[in-house]
Design a protein around this ligand. Structure first.
Ligand SMILES: Nc1nc2c(ncn2[C@@H]2O[C@H](COP(=O)(O)OP(=O)(O)OP(=O)(O)O)[C@@H](O)[C@H]2O)c(=O)[nH]1
Length: 575
């Protein structure tokens, strides 16, 4: 696999791993933010809900307490059968009725069991005594339980079978010292509380109120309200435990309730909130618990953070993150291509060119760092290979030329040998044919050379050959050429040439050898010379044959003489 896909796969793998880790970190951070925000929200929500609940109740509770402390009512409660006391007490209670928000009141006297009540419509004016309570009547048991518990104040959510109403009752004991004389108070429309405080239109927020036993007093789902919980045993109560499936969550709520009731508010007019995640209806909620000392109730608010602050609200962050990753990948690809892959590809191309024999100087684009240095080294190496190759080629050419020359030259005399002369004469045959010119050929053979070898020695024979060769070479023009054809035979090519030149030069050479060379025994050398003019269109063999024939004639006629072959063209002319 090429470097580029490998690098890209590596980069993609690194980015994917980094993305996974970042996504994990992002989730943790986002969840942390949501949790912190949720804790703040639950605290605010709890304070807000408790304030909204307390605001209408405080006044009603205060009025109910005033009613319980009324001297007129207390005097009547002690002597319920006293008509004067009763009349004054009813007048007092009617005054309170007009001040109560609900416009109603009740008064239950312990001594007589009489239950007095009037409503907002004043339906029971003059007949406020509605009925008598009985310890044996289950629907009246709330009264006897409140008296038994002796708690000065109590809130009770109850359905009044006789009045046909479900109300949030404010019950306050009428006391005279340690003696409990009865219970007075007012009722509030429960539906209003449920609607205004509990059934919030805000999705994801569940608010409920429980009493000190954990019995649910207010809940948006009326089925969960533990009506008349004061008269129920612990087993019968609908408590918050029933909503929480996890034992640890139940323990947390109970512990929080104990802690809050014991500690009281941290600051004046402030409500302390303890929060933790719990599982409610199978989902994870952030629960906030606060104590309302005015009511001796606890508020439990549960926030579904997935609804209030879903993770997808961080989508834009995620998109920016993803876009950053893509840009990073593209940038990495660009930088990798520019700094590494493209220079490496250029280097590879340059190497392939060198491998294929192209040694021209390579202009590699400039690169930085290690690859730049590598390119520099390669260029220097290629340049060195190129110059060495050139030098080698020059040497080979010179050597080839030298070998060719050596192959064409006779080492003893320095004249052309048979091979070299054959090339020259062939070339001359073609040139003469092309230019319609004529050339001459002289064949020289030393007379009785064998005897020189035999009597004076082989080296004297060699010396004689060298002397003849250099004398011949000195006798010819620069553009003629001479050769040692073999043994004691020499050939001269004269171009251009005519009969006179041929005769003159042949005779001159013969004469200069006879007179110019002396052997060790002070005798001279003579040569026989055969010559001919090449006819137009004559092949080399034919020309050599004619010169040889003329030489043979010179030898036959007594040696040391020149014989020129008949010129076939001269003979043809007269005809
Ligand atoms: N020293 C020496 N002798 C050579 C060389 N090449 C050939 N010879 C001798 O040259 C002689 C040539 O003799 P021939 O041409 O046959 O006869 P010749 O003695 O010259 O007699 P004619 O040609 O008839 O006058 C032979 O004895 C060869 O051995 C050489 O390079 N050096």
């Amino acid at each position: 696999m090429n470097l580029k896909p490998r690098f890209l796969i590596l980069a993609a793998a690194i980015i994917l791993i980094a993305s996974g880790a970042s996504w994990f970190a992002f989730q943790r951070i986002a969840e942390g933010i949501i949790e912190q925000w949720g804790v703040r929200l639950v605290e605010t929500q709890v304070r807000y809900d408790s304030a909204r609940l307390l605001q209408p109740l405080i006044r009603e509770i205060a009025l109910s307490r005033q009613m319980a402390h009324s001297q007129l009512i207390r005097r009547w409660a002690k002597e319920p059968d006293n008509p004067a006391y009763m009349q004054e007490a009813i007048t007092e209670m009617e005054t309170f009725r007009r001040n109560f928000q609900d416009g109603s009141y009740f008064a239950a006297l312990r001594a007589s069991g009489a239950y007095y009540h009037n409503n907002a419509q004043n339906d029971y004016a003059g007949r406020q005594l509605r009925y008598h309570l009985s310890p044996t009547t289950p629907s009246d048991s709330w009264f006897y339980e409140i008296i038994r518990q002796g708690r000065e104040f109590h809130l009770n959510v109850n359905k009044d079978e006789f009045l046909g109403m479900t109300k949030l009752w404010i019950d306050v004991l009428i006391r005279d010292g340690d003696e409990t004389l009865g219970v007075v108070g007012t009722g509030l429309d429960l539906d209003r509380f449920i609607r205004d405080i509990v059934q919030l239109a805000q999705p994801g927020i569940t608010t409920l109120f429980v009493d000190h036993n954990g019995a649910i007093q207010l809940h948006r789902d009326l089925r969960y309200i533990d009506y008349a919980s004061i008269v129920k045993t612990d087993g019968e109560k609908i408590t918050i435990d029933r909503l929480l499936s996890d034992g640890q969550d139940r323990t947390f709520i109970r512990a929080a309730m104990r802690e809050l009731a014991g500690a009281g508010p941290e600051r004046e007019h402030d409500t302390r909130v303890i929060s933790r995640f719990v599982t409610y209806e199978g989902k994870r909620y952030l629960a906030g618990v606060a104590y309302l000392p005015e009511l001796d109730w606890y508020e439990v608010t549960m926030l579904d953070l997935d609804v209030l602050m879903p993770l997808h609200s961080f989508t834009s962050v995620l998109l920016i993150f993803a876009a950053t990753l893509v840009v990073a990948l593209l940038l990495f690809n660009y930088i990798l291509s520019r700094w590494v892959l493209n220079p490496v590809a250029n280097l590879e191309n340059a190497m392939l060119r060198v491998r294929d024999g192209d040694l021209n100087p390579l202009a590699l684009p400039p690169a930085k760092g290690e690859i730049g240095r590598l390119s520099g080294h390669f260029s220097a190496m290629a340049e060195s290979v190129r110059s060495h190759t050139q030098e080698l080629e020059h040497r080979v050419a010179a050597r080839t030329e030298e070998l060719h020359r050596l192959a064409s030259v006779d080492p003893l005399t320095g004249l052309l040998n048979r091979r070299g002369f054959t090339e020259r004469i062939n070339a001359e045959v073609k040139r003469a044919e092309r230019e319609q010119s004529r050339f001459g050929l002289i064949w020289i053979d030393i007379d009785e050379f064998k005897q020189i070898n035999d009597f004076l020695g082989h080296s004297a024979g060699d010396e004689a050959l060298r002397s003849v060769g250099s004398l011949i070479n000195a006798s010819i023009r620069p553009y003629d050429c001479a050769a040692r054809w073999g043994g004691d035979e020499f050939l001269i090519l004269l171009a251009p040439c005519d009969h006179d030149t041929l005769a003159r030069l042949g005779e001159r050479i013969r004469n200069s050898i006879e007179t110019g060379i002396q052997l060790a025994d002070e005798t001279s050398i003579t040569v026989s010379v055969g010559a001919c003019l090449a006819g137009r269109g004559d092949a080399m063999e034919r020309i050599l044959q004619r010169a040889d024939k003329a030489l043979y004639a010179a030898k036959a006629e007594g040696r040391n003489r020149l014989r020129i072959a008949d010129d076939p063209e001269a003979r043809a002319e007269p005809a």
